[in-house]
Design a protein around this ligand. Structure first.
Ligand SMILES: Cc1cc2nc3c(=O)[nH]c(=O)nc-3n(C[C@H](O)[C@H](O)[C@H](O)COP(=O)(O)OP(=O)(O)OC[C@H]3O[C@@H](n4cnc5c(N)ncnc54)[C@H](O)[C@@H]3O)c2cc1C
Length: 418
């Protein structure tokens, strides 16, 4: 196979770009396909078949994660209402980062995470922990472009810096593989997300363009997971998107009104490899894994969840040390509740343990979206009212019944969490 991973199938390539960054001959380029998903393209004449691309590929190789411990799960919530409002769920990421800043070693950490830049592109950026985490907050439901993050992180670690990296599980595995085993990872702390898949930047661009046209003013800013508080029903779990327009207006769209969110939560347009994601297992590659603690009331009835509750799973000795610091130091401003892990895994059935099931209209959607408007392609694949009724119905069922129903429906994904 020429270029090893560079000829991978869409089902087994997450588009992380580790192969391109690791190639000693620089003969791999990441190129977007018709739907905007990036794949490696190899210059066969320059390739010397060294196999380096396969060594770093997260689909080919399990990463070195350091000292694994028996995983533990917590529900977590920041005490500060302002921090809670800024975060996607309970602010676990901020709490972990605060505990890290407390680690002995002196130096300020470099923090890497996904931001929505000034051109509304989702990409990984870094800044010092002391500068704050603001650009990283909120889950951007688009594949984040790692750019030069991998070589830059290697450079930082080699220079003796400490690095906190947050990303999807495939990105964490890609980074660890790219760095390789050994002491280079000693100063690296990884946070991987519970993740049920990413759409492409191109689909997001098209949504932004058409929504701006419909609203008669271009969209300048987007806030995913905007939290609206008008009574209990409109808390964190309603999953709103806030759009800021060039003319100064702000529009809030719920998960049904926004064609982007509607498609996202119906698993209509995620990357193909997300539907067969090998990282949706309880054995994780981050030092800690964070996610949304949906249904926390069923396990911890005493916990108030209106403004969001995170889930933290501790996977490694480093993750355990840092999480213990959060529990010991009340001034870190985060509350943690231990949870029975077996019971959680049994109940959850979500992206912690299984990949999203592709919507049966996925293929038809992309066919339509290539020639027609994004709005029309979404509307024909998942009519709003139908999706609404289905999701509201599913939400009222127990996870066990939901799982049984999903199996019966042969993988038409809807009612997604995240
Ligand atoms: C694409 C995606 C799918 C998800 N699916 C689920 C799910 O099915 N179930 C579930 O329980 N949780 C899911 N999550 C995680 C969840 O939405 C929250 O990110 C998590 O609960 C952390 O909450 P927080 O309050 O600590 O986050 P915040 O403080 O808001 O921090 C957000 C964190 O997410 C990272 N991030 C944001 N967008 C991206 C991106 N596009 N790519 C890589 N990293 C990103 C940031 O770097 C930051 O570390 C998903 C997140 C993403 C990005």
């Amino acid at each position: 196979m020429v270029g090893g991973k560079a000829t991978a199938s869409p089902e087994s390539c997450c588009g992380c770009g580790a192969c391109a960054k690791a190639c000693p001959r620089q003969c791999i380029r990441m190129v977007a396909d018709a739907d905007g998903f990036v794949f490696p393209q190899v210059d066969a004449d320059a390739c010397v078949n060294c196999g380096r691309c396969e060594q770093v590929c997260p689909f080919e190789r399990k990463p070195d994660v350091g000292d694994r411990v028996q995983p533990k799960i917590y529900a977590a919530r920041q005490r500060s209402q302002a921090v809670l409002t800024a975060a996607a769920s309970g602010g676990a990421f901020g709490g972990i980062a605060a505990a890290l800043s407390d680690e002995p070693g002196g130096k300020d950490w470099w923090v890497w995470g996904a931001v929505l830049d000034e051109n509304l592109r989702v990409c990984h950026r870094c800044r010092r922990l002391s500068e704050g985490l603001e650009p990283f907050h909120k889950s951007k439901y688009v594949q984040s472009d790692l750019g030069d993050a991998l070589p830059e992180i290697r450079r930082q670690l080699k220079a003796g810096e400490r690095v906190l990296f947050s990303g999807t599980p495939c990105q964490v595995a890609a980074l660890r593989n790219y760095l390789g085993e050994g002491p280079i990872q000693d100063n690296l702390f990884c946070v991987d997300l519970v993740c049920h898949g990413v759409p492409s930047q191109r689909m997001f661009d098209r949504y932004i363009e058409e929504e701006g046209r419909a609203l008669k003013s271009p969209i300048r800013q987007v806030e995913f997971r905007h939290k609206v508080y008008r009574g209990r029903k409109e808390g964190w779990d309603s999953r709103y998107m806030r759009l800021t327009l060039a003319d100064g207006r702000q529009k809030v769209r719920n998960r049904y009104q926004s064609r982007f969110l509607r498609a996202y939560y119906a698993y209509l347009f995620q990357r193909k490899s997300c539907y067969t994601c090998p990282f949706t297992t309880a054995e994780r590659n981050g030092d800690v894994t964070i996610g949304d603690f949906w249904g926390v009331k069923r396990m911890l009835p005493e916990v108030e969840e209106d403004r969001g509750i995170s889930l933290i799973q501790v996977n490694t000795a480093a993750g355990e040390r840092v999480t213990e610091r959060v529990t010991e130091r009340v001034e870190l401003e985060m509350e943690l509740w231990p949870v029975d892990r077996e019971a959680y895994i049994k109940r959850s059935g979500g992206a912690m343990v299984q990949p999203a099931a592709a919507n049966r209209n996925r293929k038809a959607f992309f066919r339509a979206a290539r020639d027609d408007s994004f709005f029309r392609a979404v509307d024909s694949a998942i009519p709003a009212w139908k999706e609404w009724a289905k999701i509201e119905f599913m939400r009222r069922l127990t996870p066990e019944t939901r799982r049984k129903l999903k199996r019966l429906r042969h993988g038409n994904g809807s009612g997604a969490k995240g």
